[in-house]
Write a protein that binds this ligand. Structure first.
Ligand SMILES: Cc1ncc(COP(=O)(O)O)c(C=O)c1O
Length: 388
């Protein structure tokens, strides 16, 4: 007997390798900058809403796509924040952004299809392809293009097998935000090649200026599935609540897919999400201000050590070139933990072209960030490499 080969052969992603090493407890003074989640607690009124929902007996299955009140509130949010129209019936509540992406790709791709994904990218994109029997082809987010997609490269990479163009803005791990003009070009590219666009906008409300635009607000709404989450916006990673907005025919298919995949999302959790959306937003705004202050602090500290690092416009990461030609980002990340007491995300986990990078989380305290950066710079493992 054997497990399915595509899945049995899947490797642990490299960020987990570093997290496991970080949690092994060998360095009590370890500074953890490898984690991709807010350090803040979930706002108290959100937790209370889940408590109250459970106490009131809201503990049964819901509709596959989520409770009507939440989908109506999400339709309002998408109009207000993302600037496009999505009817409540075209919105599906999911087990985090990750399951929104997986359900969407399950609905779209067949074995043998190809998915265009960024490099660097969140490692799960490659895993989705593997599970579904689809291939993934990486397009670069390179410093030369301001970490934005290069249309000429995409034109070279697209084939008759390409089914989906995956976009992620603000980007994890880079923090680049795709301007509306870039999105318009990407939509035109998708139209020319008859591609679906899966637009991962899980950091849509973790942005530091006003350049963020949602793909579906720029155009191509009939071929775009937009994916969002409560995890990052409201410090709700453990609640597992995300959502997607899809063109009507596809929303209906994904809704039906939810039955065998998850049936529905935790009912008290959906009421918590509703409270997060409709309640006070001051804590959410304060979190973004903290990430912005941390970004400025980190860029400034690195500059003081002679490193010209890319200034992210969204998400809460700093994507940094190591300038070390002898050791790759994984090797450097391991040595930073064991020899210097600071954990960072290893570049190679994010793509084959990202070996010379590490990722730092800005969702840490200012003190940890300052001390972590001091340790990184003092390690001698990174060399100023010119621009980014
Ligand atoms: C780019 C990106 N997309 C999607 C997600 C999904 O997050 P969640 O499943 O917690 O909503 C993450 C989480 O780190 C992410 O970085």
């Amino acid at each position: 007997m054997r497990a399915a080969p595509a899945v049995a052969g899947m490797k642990h992603n490299g960020i987990r390798t570093i997290m496991d090493l970080a949690m092994s407890g060998t360095r009590p003074d370890l500074i953890r900058l490898e984690i991709g989640e807010p350090g803040f607690p979930t706002p108290a009124h959100v937790v209370r809403a889940a408590d109250e929902a459970a106490a009131a007996g809201r503990t049964k299955y819901t509709a596959n796509a989520g409770i009507p009140e939440l989908r109506a509130a999400l339709s309002d949010k998408i109009k207000r924040v993302n600037g496009f129209d999505a009817r409540p019936e075209d919105i599906v509540v999911t087990a985090g952004g990750v399951q929104a992406l997986f359900a969407t790709l399950t609905a779209l791709v067949e074995p043998g299809d190809d998915i265009l994904i960024p490099d660097p990218a969140w490692p799960n994109y490659i895993a989705f392809g593997k599970i579904l029997g689809a291939s993934t082809t990486a397009y670069s987010l390179a410093p030369e293009t301001g970490f934005l997609p290069d249309l000429a490269e995409l034109e070279r990479l697209v084939t008759p097998r390409t089914k989906v163009l995956m976009l992620n803005s603000p980007s994890n791990p880079v923090g680049s935000v795709f301007p509306a003009g870039t999105l318009a070009e990407l939509i035109a590219f998708a139209e020319r090649n008859d591609l679906w666009i899966v637009s991962d906008e899980c950091y849509d409300q973790v942005v530091f200026d006003d350049t963020f635009a949602s793909t579906a607000a720029v155009g191509g709404a009939e071929r775009t599935i937009s994916v969002f989450t409560f995890s990052k916006t409201y410090a709700m990673t453990g609640w597992r609540i995300g959502y997607l907005a899809a063109p009507p025919s596809l929303a209906e298919i994904i809704t039906r897919l939810q039955e065998p995949m998850v049936s529905c999302i935790s009912t008290p959790g959906q009421y918590a999400a509703l409270a997060a959306l409709t309640g006070p937003q001051d804590e959410q705004r304060a979190m973004v201000e903290t990430y912005r202050a941390n970004r400025d602090l980190a860029v400034g500290e690195f500059a003081a050590h002679g490193f010209d690092v890319y200034r992210p416009q969204g998400a809460f990461y700093l994507w940094m070139r190591t300038g070390n030609r002898d050791l790759d980002g994984m090797e450097i990340a391991k040595r930073l933990i064991t020899e210097h007491g600071v954990a960072v995300g290893p570049g190679p986990a994010f793509g084959e072209r990202s070996g010379e990078y590490i990722r730092l989380s800005l969702a840490a305290s200012a003190d940890d960030l300052r001390e972590g950066i001091r340790r990184i710079c003092a390690s001698g493992l990174l060399h100023p490499a010119g621009r980014f």
